[in-house]
Design a protein around this ligand. Structure first.
Ligand code: G6P
Length: 753
């Protein structure tokens, strides 16, 4: 409040003071002039009457040449403070009598034409003097002329006083008028705010039907916008709360066009959705093992647009047009993939170094130390800028919807915002956000936070990650945070921080896929297993965060505890190689392989292997085949943003069978309590859960699976994207209304003033 008053004062007092000051500046000389003229006239009259008074005695003394009496007469007259000197000249122009003060240089020059009654202002070294003369006659004879000299310095003093008091008066007036103006403006601002509040409240109270007549006239131009905003919030809240509402690609498309008037969606991620690789059979297209790709690709198919990503496939360059673009999916193109090429050094510093040796272990509690190097940071910054520039180049409008994906691009939202201030930037952080202390060890923590706050929306999988992020910002940046609504105001811009649990596209009628029965028998046959052999499946990248070692230890422990399962149970682990040029990943793979060998040596015999490790890339159909073939799917991540393997397994089991063993440290565990939730660090607990899973009665499997399927079907990937787009539309709308309110209030104030 005091700041606003101060601003108001500056806005109104200063111009007023300026105008009134100028006014005073112009008026004072005028008053000055008038004062002088009035004083001169005053002196004229005074001189005239004094001359008249002296005429009589002078008529007597001059003919008598009574010098002494004349001098006495002059001395008496000089008692008047303002009369400075007197002289008497004969008709020939010679001074006959004069007081000692009479300026010698003045002589008898006035009235040289012989006329009397002349007066003049003359400047002498002693100051300005007023000189007047009057003719002395006796019985028609010209005796000479009487010259009276008045001191005019009092006029100057009078002028200076007038000027001083005039300026003081004007300053006082300016102050009083300004204060009145500010006061009136302040009152009307309060009235205006009260009116806005009244409209909002009446809307709330009347359930959205505030009677028009109660709206104050000054608010009417805004009323429509406020109503629309509230309506939108209501509709959005209802949509959000309505869990039974099925989100489909069509619904997402409609939402995009209606709410964001956006026919342009740009996705940015490091990993590309399709890689072209050179093989012995020619160029083949691969889908990378990445939860991010699994989730975002269906959204892009639904919305079209352009996906900007690192072109990392060995035949990528041969598959693009001259603008580095290629239409995908190859079988049925529905959006554009724009590839960005990175040099070996850029990839090393930005991707392997800063993103995967720094941020990845920083954000996951997996007991691997993050490594931060300045050279990696420089590459990270430079590559973020290159991708931001690519976004700006690909944008056809100045307000595209930009979906920024993951920890590879923490700086990019701010970089895009600087070039496209009207863009809607939705950033999703696919991995966990650590607590503020852990994050604080990153040497570039402020820069990363600042970069992310260029986003309109910043999404995490869980409320816990949102909370960690808000606390981190609170600790390291000067921002205004509203914890309840999850908004951060930074540099005058809002970022909404919200949880959007990611999901998958619900498979509708995958008629080409083999059935559960077919998958069960073909997988078992392929591995030389009997038809009742018990199978668990694990599907992960070969990453130290996935708890693969702990999972195998649980298998080992279960076989120790339940030796009757030896020869009857196997775990098939699909492990896609990942980031394999990093030491940490090479060491991890070596440890995994050694453990598998040890367990297989311990419990395997002949053809039987308790753990079958398939450390190679598998396409999604192949993975689904294993999901359908298995009794159990094991997800034992030590820390995971969401984990979509859990949801994919559920989606693949249309037969309502199969059990999910799920780590409590995944985002998915919050949504899927019907899974057997375990602490992967507790090997016995996981072993028990695995045993319970392979022996679970079908009826229980069915109940659990049905409940989980219904949730994953409703809370699908279109809902994830839809909620973010709705929130983005809401933030944009809010910003528009705030801008409108500001400009309207400015106009109202101007009108008041
Ligand atoms: C995680 C990250 C993704 C990444 C994926 C695969 O899921 O959140 O951004 O794409 O791992 O990792 P990669 O380094 O092979 O892309």
């Amino acid at each position: 409040m005091p700041t606003r008053l101060f601003r108001l004062s500056l806005r109104f007092v200063l111009p007023l003071a300026l105008v009134l000051g100028l006014f005073a500046y112009a008026v004072v000389p005028l008053v000055d002039n008038l004062t002088v003229r009035w004083s001169v006239r005053d002196l004229d009259t005074k001189s005239q009457s004094l001359a008249n008074a002296l005429q009589e005695p002078m008529r007597e003394y001059v003919p008598e040449k009574a010098e002494r009496r004349i001098n006495q007469l002059f001395e008496r007259a000089l008692r008047d403070q303002r009369l400075y000197a007197i002289a008497f000249c004969d008709p020939a122009g010679a001074i006959l009598y004069k007081t000692s003060t009479y300026p010698q240089t003045l002589g008898c020059r006035l009235g040289l034409d012989g006329a009397s009654g002349k007066d003049a202002m003359v400047n002498f070294p002693q100051g300005p003097l007023h000189v007047s003369d009057s003719r002395l006659e006796s019985e028609g004879q010209n005796l000479g002329k009487l010259i009276l000299v008045h001191d005019m310095s009092f006029i100057e003093r009078r002028s200076a006083d007038t000027r001083k008091y005039g300026i003081l008066l004007f300053a006082l007036l300016a102050l009083v008028i300004s204060l009145i103006t500010v006061f009136v403006a302040h009152l009307s601002w309060r009235d205006w705010i009260a009116s806005v509040k009244k409209v909002l409240r009446s809307k709330d109270e009347a359930g959205g039907k505030a009677p028009r007549s109660t709206t104050p006239p000054e608010i009417r131009p805004l009323e429509g916008d406020l109503r629309a905003l509230l309506h939108e919030l209501n509709v959005e809240r209802q949509t959000r709360d309505d869990a039974t509402h099925l989100w489909t690609p069509e619904k997402l498309r409609t939402l995009l066009h209606e709410e964001l008037s956006g026919d342009e969606v740009l996705v940015v991620s490091n990993r590309e959705p399709y890689l072209h690789t050179r093989t012995r059979n020619g160029i083949e297209v691969q889908r990378p093992a990445s939860g991010l790709i699994t989730a975002v690709e269906p959204v892009m198919r639904a919305c079209s647009g352009t996906w900007i990503a690192h072109g990392s496939g060995s035949a990528d360059k041969e598959s693009v047009d001259r603008n580095d673009r290629v239409a995908v999916p190859p079988s049925n193109p529905s959006y554009t993939l724009r590839r960005v090429w990175l040099t070996k050094e850029e990839e090393q510093g930005y991707y392997y170094g800063f993103a995967n040796e720094g941020l990845w272990p920083l954000c996951h509690i997996a007991h691997v130390r993050p490594v931060f190097r300045s050279t990696d940071w420089e590459q990270y910054e430079a590559v973020n800028q290159r991708f931001a520039d690519a976004v700006v180049r690909e944008a056809r409008t100045d307000d595209p919807v930009v979906l920024v994906q993951d920890y590879h691009f923490a700086l990019l939202p701010r970089m895009v915002r600087e070039q496209l201030p009207k863009a809607t930037i939705i950033t999703f952080w696919h991995i966990p956000w650590p607590n503020s202390e852990s994050f604080g060890i990153c040497p570039w923590r402020e820069e990363l936070l600042d970069g992310l706050l260029g986003s309109t929306i910043l999404g995490f999988h869980t409320p816990f990650h949102c909370k960690n992020f808000l606390e981190t910002v609170d600790r390291y940046l000067e921002t205004r945070i509203e914890h309840e609504s999850g908004t951060i105001s930074f540099g005058g811009k809002l970022t909404q921080v919200e949880q959007y649990p990611i999901s998958i596209a619900w498979p509708d009628g995958d008629a080409n896929m083999p059935t559960v029965a077919e998958c069960r028998s073909s997988v078992r046959a392929e591995h030389g297993m009997s038809h009742d052999h018990l199978l668990a499946v694990g599907v992960d990248r070969l990453d130290y965060t996935k708890g693969i070692i702990e999972r195998f230890q649980a298998v080992e422990r279960m076989l120790e505890l339940h030796p009757n399962l030896i020869g009857r149970f196997s775990m098939i682990q699909i492990a896609a190689p990942t980031r394999s040029s990093l030491d940490e990943y090479q060491n991890f793979e070596a440890r995994v392989r050694a453990l598998v060998q040890r367990i297989n040596n311990r419990f395997g015999n002949g053809n039987y292997l308790p753990i079958i490790l398939k450390a190679e890339h598998h396409g999604s159909d192949q993975v689904t085949r294993y999901y359908r073939a298995a009794e159990v799917c094991m997800v034992t991540s030590l820390h995971d943003g969401m984990n979509l393997v859990a949801k994919e397994f559920i989606a693949s089991r249309y037969d309502d069978r199969g059990v999910l063993v799920l780590s409590q440290f995944t985002g998915a565990a919050r949504e899927l309590p019907e899974a057997l939730v375990v602490n992967p660090y507790h090997i016995e607990q996981s072993a028990d859960a695995l045993y319970r899973a392979v022996t679970m009665p079908e009826i229980e499997q069915c109940e659990r699976m049905r409940s989980m399927r219904s949730l994953v079907k409703d809370f699908n990937i279109y809902r994830w994207a839809g909620r973010m787009l709705l929130d983005a539309a809401r933030v944009r709308q809010r910003e528009r209304v705030v801008t409108k309110i500001r400009s309207h209030s400015r106009k109202s104030l101007r009108r008041v003033v």
